[in-house]
Design a protein around this ligand. Structure first.
Ligand code: GLN
Length: 309
């Protein structure tokens, strides 16, 4: 069995030396300030052993990775009724696409594209004030990451609010079909803010542990969700977690994973580990360029693909 600490260290060194880094997201102006040379990788197991390389403790904008946790919360609130508001099929379209909504009566294809995540956020918001809903999401992240200091980067949230015309269009369009029930501004406000949560690779990998261990967080000592639900969330991550790059991610990495335009990826090795990687430069589908390459190298060297060694 290869030595995990050494493998992680070697991959971090290799990635930091590479000249091809992808393009940092700039459509949210504040994200353009990220350092393209940053790279972090953390792998955590059920005993809490963390193999860490590079910028493992620098917080970054988790962006769409938050959608895994809002999906978990919304399923906990309304159960499988959630699937009346959002589908679970890969979209084959970019993360911010609107085209499919017209064909399917405003029901987004899955909870990880923007439209789907906005619909999920609307479910969490129902019956609450935006501040309460946001507090609930943030406390959930703090609980899972075993870190009460995790915060929302208000500058990033404000930057996206100022420029989020496409997301406003998606939300208004879904509202016209009744898929969004709350005032669009409220739903978008909560969505922009949970995307702007800032976490390090170490915190994110810790937060993902419940998905690797059948819904039970081995370090928090709590059952977060049922094993069946954890398995299903992993399935949606595998098929939809990287937008129209999901097939390529499954082919190359072979793990359930969720990316964000901040350059982070959370990946789950069922029964073995939770992984977070961060490199701000993105590929054409809006997924971390070196993050994916690092995960491909890691799963290959450890024999961790869910499809076989
Ligand atoms: N907040 C971002 C947006 O709505 C999230 C997109 C992403 O990370 N892919 O555009």
């Amino acid at each position: 069995m290869p030595d995990l600490d050494r493998v992680v260290q070697e991959i971090a060194d290799e990635m930091r030396a590479r000249p091809d880094r992808g393009e940092v997201a700039s459509y949210i102006p504040e994200l353009a300030r990220a350092d393209p040379n940053a790279f972090g990788l953390v792998v955590i197991d059920a005993e809490g052993h963390a193999a860490a390389g590079g910028d493992a403790d620098i917080p970054f904008s988790i962006q769409s990775i938050s959608k895994v946790f809002t999906l978990t919360l919304a399923l906990g609130m309304v159960g499988d009724r959630l699937w009346r508001r959002v589908g679970r099929e890969p979209s084959g379209s970019p993360f911010n696409s609107i085209v499919q909504l017209e064909r399917e009566q405003g029901i987004p294809r899955n909870p990880f594209i923007n439209a789907g995540a906005i619909a999920v956020t609307d479910v969490i918001l129902s019956g609450h004030q935006p501040r309460e809903a946001l507090g609930e999401i943030l406390r959930f992240m703090q609980f899972l990451a075993l870190h009460s200091g995790i915060v929302i980067d208000e500058t990033v949230a404000a930057s996206e609010k100022r420029t989020g015309f496409r997301n406003a269009a998606l939300a208004n369009y879904m509202r016209s079909f009744g898929v969004i029930e709350n005032p669009v501004d409220y739903t978008l406000g909560v969505y922009f803010h949970h995307c702007a949560i800032a976490m390090s690779c170490r915190q994110l990998a810790t937060a993902g542990l419940f998905l690797a261990y059948g819904g039970r967080h081995p370090l928090a000592g709590h059952s977060v969700i049922s094993a069946e639900r954890a398995r299903r969330i992993n399935a949606v991550m595998l098929t939809c977690g990287h937008y129209d790059g999901s097939g390529e991610f499954a082919y190359r990495v072979g793990l359930p994973g969720k990316s964000g335009v901040g350059g982070g990826i959370l990946a789950i090795v069922p029964g073995k580990a939770s992984i977070a990687v961060w490199s701000p430069g993105l590929d054409a589908a809006g997924n971390s360029h070196l993050g994916r390459i690092a995960l491909e190298s890691l799963t290959k060297r450890m024999g961790w693909s869910i499809f076989g060694a």
